[in-house]
Design a protein around this ligand. Sequence first.
Ligand SMILES: O=P(O)(O)OC[C@H]1O[C@H](O)[C@H](O)[C@@H](O)[C@@H]1O
Length: 544
Amino acid sequence: MIGAATEAAWAALERHRDELGEVDLRELFAQDPGRGERLAAEGAGLYLDYSKQLIVDETVRLLLELAEVAGVAARRDAMFAGEKINVTEGRAVLHTALRAPRDAVIEVDGENVVPAVHAVLDKMAAFAERVRSGEWKGHTGKPIRAVVNIGIGGSDLGPAMATIALADVARHDIVSRFVSNVDGDDFAETTRDLDPEETLFVVASKTFTTLETLTNAHTARDWLLSSPAFGGEESAVAKHFVAVSTNAAEVARFGIDVDNMFELWDWVGGRYSYPSAIGLSLMVAIGPEAFRAMLGGFHAMDEHFRTTPFERNLPVLLALVGIWNGNLLGHETVAVLPYAQYLSRFTAYLQQLEMESNGKHVDLDGNPVRRDTGTIVWGEPGTNGQHAFYQLMHQGTRIVPADFIGFARPAHRLGRHHDLLMANLFAQTEALAFGRTAEEVAAEGGPAEQVPHRVTEGNRPTSTILADRLDPATLGALVALYEHKVFVQGAIWGIDSFDQWGVELGKKLANAIIPELESPEEPELSHDSSTNALIRRYRARRGG
Ligand SMILES: O=P(O)(O)OC[C@H]1O[C@H](O)[C@H](O)[C@@H](O)[C@@H]1O
């Protein structure tokens, strides 16, 4: 799959890296006063500054060349056109259609999918309005006061992240909760203070076969029906459960009225699905108008990605910087550090997006990849991280490239808070880039023996993403930026970013172990000696 021209582009980058040697950001900025504004780009309301990366103009030129010869543009156009670029599952990859305007035409197998997308959005909006207005009543006639999304992975992380991110525009008299883990403690805590008569469950599962989600959905059903107010009456289920799925048969089997099912399609990957009906609980929280504004932000970034030349294309640049740091400089992780408390789950969301999409060991043809794929993503909102793990970023021996994300305006202007927050963001990227030399430390005075301990080397690469404010449209643009970044990297690595076969083995083995844990008789165990011993120990101690 990887052609000779792509290999030549990689080789040129490797030569360039070797010739460039150690890059000193102090020197680069001193020699080139325009650097901080030249190595930056803007689109869909986001500003990306990548000037504090360990690159020179020639690096960018060679990276753009790699994107070109690797066929990123053709693959991008194939994705937008609905071609079946998810080859291992034979599926189109059309999350961009979820946010296309009503009059767009995007065909899969000769059928325009846009009308169906908007029909579902309209159905979601009507439902969300009924819940928000109190017109939708529970079984005993009370309005809904709590919406609990039951889902996991792509059916949880997106709406959960966005519900926190957009909490400022959400209704606060209807609480939003999320249950994902098969750990019953998650369900118990999430529902502890909820009244079944006023609770609506949204069972979100693309396949409607996921162990965690179905287990939690059955527990929710029992929780509801065992409430004295319902006295076990099955008909209560219809008023307290709706579903989001591609699988009408399984939804009906669960006992949810298929009229109360919101559809998605096999051309929407789970981790790309929260702008679809998977975002139903989010829409109830923030309202249809804000949800549509968010889709507008996604679409603006889709258009930016589709039409902007690569040298000014935000997702392409972010992807290429990641390729440089990961494949050329050998830095295995990236810290994503939003200076916004509302983005407290953003990094967790990105972990699925990046690591499930691009953690692949073979290329599209099934041959072993020639270079490392995927990025290990981690992080916490600033400034909290500064008081925890930034020490290693400043002085540790491992280099951690980082994306800093900040906003010009806060949702709540409380005294000086926002200026303090943003001063810290700017200061961290400055400190990471330029450090403090032994001479500078010594000049500040203090014991000479402390000097080496207080030196910070600098040359820690960061990018900064700035936007005006964290509103629904900006959130959409930000998520789409990372979606397309992942796409570009997957295209360069020549992998299928849209399957996830690696998660299957664990599921299969768990299914084999379940009866071994539950059987009343001592089971015959035929695992390795470690797994056998762990299972025996668990059985001996599990209690009733
Ligand atoms: O929406 P569901 O079908 O329940 O799937 C939920 C999740 O589980 C799977 O194991 C995949 O790894 C995820 O990509 C998916 O988002």
